[in-house]
Design a protein around this ligand. Structure first.
Ligand SMILES: [Ca+2]
Length: 417
């Protein structure tokens, strides 16, 4: 598999999830969690926590973890002091560094492609995560508010932004009120703002998967929660599997609004039940679904409360394997509602994760140099959940290949949303 394709897979997985439907920041009558939106003001109130961002970074394999932690905590300390929302800055950094996994981060601690004016460009190198945060804050403040004057808490850190004068000269001082306003200035990628908002939702809104499990005839279910479309949970037996399942653990009973999944390959999900449980003993099937194009998000909007979500596969057509779930996601009820499918994900993935830039900078890492292209799955979850379940899934009776029931069940495939 060529490296560019792998990069696209990674980009797809990370870009696709958090696309919201609809307009401005809502006040949800249903009580859904407000999503980050491209229209959010950069000086909006603090959202999320440094601890949550640190968990996300660690879970998805961020490099130089101690500097990531220093970076995140310094952003959360400093940004509110100058009236900026640290969560948006963290989301931008997570986007630009591919969850702190690019070589620009690992080799230079460059938190946002600052001064990277072309692909493969040399980069200024920050000494540690704290300096990286201070340099990022100076550059971000310049865009959001204006020049950093004497007396500003950021003033001592101006020298940590190697592109300060260039950005001033380019006319970028104080030009960005909202995330949308960064598009065409910080980066030319027309989807830059939705991607930042999406990454914010991914980090701070999406339910964390604190444990996983799977039938003994299948690979580790953590492969379906590693932010990589190149890896997938799938059966691994040499004989035809009768059935198989994997489950994820939210750590406690939580409100659920949307469940999404992404197939790495199509054809191994002739009959997939999505089920929920509070105790992993009694399961409620919320829908039956079938095959869908590879690397296009599928999902179901379904309001419930549960701790566990299971993806249970039967094999009515005697397929050689089952599953091939590249990623699964569980979201709380959100306002606006999350898009359950995103058929344009593949096209979106054509754009590099970081996009290309205007005169200020070009943040895109060269595809061949991104460590995400060969990213390995994140380590086993350390939450409450058990990470392996040696169960043979046999309780599901096989359906004859021509069963009329199968056709009916396929109608359960969710419509594009
Ligand atoms: Ca995966």
């Amino acid at each position: 598999m060529c490296r560019r394709f792998l990069v696209l897979l990674v980009a797809l997985v990370l870009i696709a999830p958090p696309i919201a439907v609809g307009g401005n920041r809502p006040v949800s009558a249903a009580g859904g969690v407000p999503l980050f939106q491209p229209s959010d003001r950069l000086d909006s109130p603090v959202r999320g926590t440094a601890a949550r961002a640190e968990w996300f970074a660690g879970h998805y394999g961020a490099k130089r973890g101690s500097d990531v932690a220093l970076y995140i905590n310094e952003v959360y300390r400093l940004a509110p002091m100058v009236g900026l929302n640290p969560a948006i800055i963290i989301a931008q950094s997570a986007l630009e560094t591919d969850t702190w996994r690019t070589v620009y981060w690992s080799d230079h601690l460059n938190p946002a492609g600052i001064g990277v004016t072309y692909s493969g460009s040399p980069s200024y190198t920050w000494n540690n995560g704290i300096d990286a945060a201070r340099g990022h804050l100076v550059h971000f403040y310049l865009y959001a508010v204006g020049e950093v004057r004497s007396g500003n808490v950021l003033y001592p850190y101006k020298s940590l932004d190697p592109r300060y004068n260039a950005a001033v000269s380019a006319g970028y001082a104080g030009i960005a009120d909202t995330i949308n306003d960064l598009t065409g200035r910080w980066a030319t990628d027309p989807n830059y703002a939705p991607k930042i908002a999406g990454r914010g939702n991914d980090i701070f809104i999406r339910h964390r998967l604190l444990g996983t499990g799977h039938t003994s005839n299948s690979s580790s279910a953590t492969l379906a929660d590693d932010a990589s479309g190149a890896t997938a949970w799938v059966t691994i037996t040499s004989t035809l599997p009768d059935a198989a399942f994997m489950w994820v653990d939210l750590g406690e009973v939580r409100s659920i609004g949307t469940i999404r999944w992404l197939f790495k390959e199509t054809g191994y999900a002739d009959l997939m039940r999505v089920q929920v449980s509070t105790d992993r003993a009694t399961w409620t099937t919320i829908g039956r679904y079938g095959n869908a194009p590879a690397l296009q998000w599928q999902g179901v909007a379904y309001q419930t409360s549960a701790r566990y979500v299971r993806f249970r596969f039967s094999n009515p057509n005697r397929d050689p394997k089952l599953g091939s779930l590249a990623e699964v996601q569980v979201w709380p009820p959100t306002a606006p509602a999350l898009a359950v499918t995103n058929t344009s994900a593949a096209a979106a993935a054509d754009a590099p994760v970081t996009g290309s830039s205007s005169g200020d900078r070009t943040p895109t890492p060269a595809p061949g140099t991104s460590p995400t292209a060969t990213m390995t799955p994140s380590s086993e979850p350390t939450g409450e959940g058990v990470t392996s379940e040696p169960v043979t899934a046999t309780e599901e009776p096989l359906l004859p290949p021509t069963s009329p029931r199968r056709a009916r069940e396929r109608q359960g495939t969710p419509a594009a949303g």
